[in-house]
Design a binder for this molecule. Sequence first.
Ligand SMILES: NC(=O)C1=CN([C@@H]2O[C@H](COP(=O)(O)OP(=O)(O)OC[C@H]3O[C@@H](n4cnc5c(N)ncnc54)[C@H](OP(=O)(O)O)[C@@H]3O)[C@@H](O)[C@H]2O)C=CC1
Ligand SMILES: CC[C@](O)(C(C)=O)C(=O)O
Ligand SMILES: [Mg+2]
Ligand SMILES: [Mg+2]
Length: 330
Amino acid sequence: MAVEMFYDDDADLGIIQSRKVAVIGYGSQGHAHALSLRDSGVDVRVGLPETSKSRAKAEEEGLRVVTPSEAAAEADVIMILAPDTAQRKIYAEDIAPNLKSGDALFFGHGFNIRYGLIQPPSDVAVAMVAPKGPGHLVRRQFVDGKGVPCLIAVEQDPDGKTEALALSYAAGIGGARAGVIKTTFKEETETDLFGEQAVLCGGISALIQNGFEVLTEAGYAPEIAYFEVLHEVKLIVDLIYEGGIAGQRYSVSDTAEYGDLTRGPRVIGPEVKENMRKILGEIQDGTFAKEWVAEDEAGRPNFTKLAEQGARHPIEEVGKKLRGLMAWMK
Ligand SMILES: NC(=O)C1=CN([C@@H]2O[C@H](COP(=O)(O)OP(=O)(O)OC[C@H]3O[C@@H](n4cnc5c(N)ncnc54)[C@H](OP(=O)(O)O)[C@@H]3O)[C@@H](O)[C@H]2O)C=CC1
Ligand SMILES: CC[C@](O)(C(C)=O)C(=O)O
Ligand SMILES: [Mg+2]
Ligand SMILES: [Mg+2]
């Protein structure tokens, strides 16, 4: 089925400019949305607890910061951009008591709605504007006059105007410069979790670490291994980003292309695809969400242990040293 795509000409920025927006959280996505909406002429306030480390950063940028409950009470569009695992409590304690009929509750990712952790009342519009990229790039692209593509979805539409509101919001953060696709909370949540686990974060990190280990365990210099399997990834991915896999194959040597065509499927073979299918199954049946919520509630012991192990991987040490010698990385 063809997707519906929207661009700046399809969006009415005036819709979001006529509303009062609360951005709850000022991290990767929160700072990008708050600053770009403000620069698009939208009335924005940021909601953060009195003790939040992010308060000073938002205030330095000239944004008005209030508590999450004050922000929810003032605003009629409330975008939750706190960590997914924190959203249920923020909703119950700060947002729900301040929701008025006709308000709109927005998300940057569908996790809490897809898995039933937040259940807003039926007279509140519920929608999603999910950029397909990290928040710091969402902001950088906006400032450079470009944009990161966004997905929009509508879960509850009490006044029949929620899709236009979501599209207007997406335009306010630059998404409609690149393209906005209409989807559902279910599709965005399941594809986003799959993408970050199997390919974008989990898959690529494991591929790089394993490649580095194979080379260094075979006696090659860590610096050479780092340049080969990490630094050059960006340069190759830039070609894929610009021209697809075919564009990358055009630019590399025939020798590389033959190695790619014959060896790539040996590295990422049918067993890896089967593991990807299992990972997708755990996302679809709620196993991953249940595990992640329980891990968070237990104080994240496994997350912390694995993150510390990752930070101690030898590739990080050599990478820090080499990046420190590249003037443009500072
Ligand atoms: N990271 C990304 O690029 C992307 C994220 N998303 C989605 O966007 C949402 C936000 O993720 P992300 O930007 O990564 O989050 P971050 O972890 O970067 O930022 C979290 C922010 O929320 C604040 N916060 C923590 N607890 C509360 C609270 N109780 N009330 C108000 N604010 C709080 C933090 O403040 P403090 O500084 O005090 O800790 C911080 O400012 C998630 O739904 C995520 O899935 C979607 C697309 C991409
Ligand atoms: C790829 C990770 C992501 O889904 C994103 C930046 O799009 C996230 O949750 O941070
Ligand atoms: Mg994503
Ligand atoms: Mg994600």
